[in-house]
Structures are given as C-alpha cells and as structure tokens.
Write a protein that binds this ligand. Structure first.
Ligand code: GAR
Length: 197
C-alpha cells in the first residue's frame, strides 16, 4: 500500500509527534513522515524530529504579526516543498484561517485533549473538573473551519479520580493520547486513500 506523505505541525514539546514518528517506523504504517514544522523556532520537538532524521521547518508566526494568512502561506510553502499529502496537528497552538483549512480540508487531522464536542478551545481539563465530570479523554478529528469542530475519527477516555488536578489529568492523559493518535491517523489515511481511489 502507498504511504501518504505526512507533515506534523507542532508548537512545543512534541510528544504526540514522537508517538507518530515511532508508529511510522513500521514500513507497513500508512503514513511516512516527510516534515515536522513549528510556528515556534524554539519548540523542543524540532530537535527531537531532527535527531530522528526527519526534515524540519520553523516558520515563526511572530514575524507576520496579526496577519495569520501570511504566516500560513509561508508554512504552506514548506508543506508543498515537502510533498505533503496529509497533515497531523500535534499540539499546534494556532487558530487556522478559513483559507488554510479550506486548502487542506479532508487532509488534515488534529488531536484535542477533551471528549469533543465537550470543551473546545483551551483549559479543557480544568473545565472538565469544574463541571464535576467523571471522565476525561482525547479526540482525534478532521479539521474543519470551526475550532475543534470537525468530524470525529476516534476518542479515548479515562476516569477522573478523586484529587485529580488539571495537571495530573493532563499527565495521565498523555500516554493515552500517544496510543490514540497513531491508531486514529492510520484510520484517517485509510479514509483518504479510499476517497482518492
Ligand atoms: C497534547 O495534550 C494535545 O492534546 C494538546 O496539546 C498537548 C501537546 O503535547 N493539544 C491541544 O491542546 C490543541 N488544542 P505534545 O506537544 O507533547 O504533543
């Protein structure tokens, strides 16, 4: 089976990116990483990707001020240069414009640390705790124009325990995300391949 050329966009640590890179070490995995790009030149994940032998790009959003689309056009140039066929957002903390989402719609997925449709946006764990929820989780979804709003591909859940804080919940969720994302991205690749054939 043909492997889709995968670009991973990050803004920081990049532990989900690492999980995707690890999964893609298997030649049977349906995506092949061709680029890891960040809007933050100091993102730790860029170093991790480079030491794994993956091409990296840094497109600093600050240079473009309030012009989100100009930033995205520069990022898009890098994505096209790398031959990107599918994008995985992995802790990429930029709200995307309709132009960028429109261009990559159906070819771009995201991981979000809540059980969507609950808690779109930021501070998901604190909001789950404040609401008295008994479970938390993560969602991988197709990216659509609304923030954290696209069709759900796969979710993973975990119980909220007495004494949990936003930090303890985030830490317990992370390994769950690392298992979820490679599985969900594989599903997304299968969907995309089926729609291309
Ligand atoms: C992850 O928990 C991911 O779900 C979250 O940021 C973290 C990134 O960690 N994403 C979002 O909040 C997106 N809105 P990582 O850099 O170690 O993968």
């Amino acid at each position: 089976m043909k492997r889709l050329k995968l670009a991973i966009l990050i803004s920081g640590r990049g532990s989900n990116m690492e999980a995707l890179l690890r999964a893609a070490e298997d030649p049977a995995y349906p995506a092949q990483p061709v680029l890891v790009a960040s809007n933050r030149p100091d993102a730790k994940g860029l170093e991790t990707a480079a030491s794994a032998g993956i091409a990296t790009a840094s497109v600093d959003h600050k240079i473009y001020g309030k012009d989100r689309e100009a930033f995205e056009r520069a990022l898009d140039t890098e994505l096209e240069k790398a031959g990107t066929e599918i994008i995985a957002l992995a802790g990429f903390m930029r709200v995307l414009t309709p132009w960028f989402v429109g261009k990559w719609q159906g070819r771009m997925v995201n991981i979000h640390p809540s059980l969507l449709p609950k808690y779109k946006g930021l501070h998901t764990h604190q909001r789950a705790l404040d609401a008295g929820d008994t479970e938390a989780g993560a969602t991988v979804h197709w990216v659509s124009p609304g923030v954290d709003d696209g069709e759900i591909i796969q979710q993973a859940r975990l119980p909220i325990l007495p004494g949990d804080t936003a930090d303890s919940l985030a830490a317990r969720l992370l390994p769950v995300e690392h298992k979820l994302y490679p599985e969900a991205l594989a599903k997304a690749c299968a969907t995309l391949q089926a729609s291309n054939s």
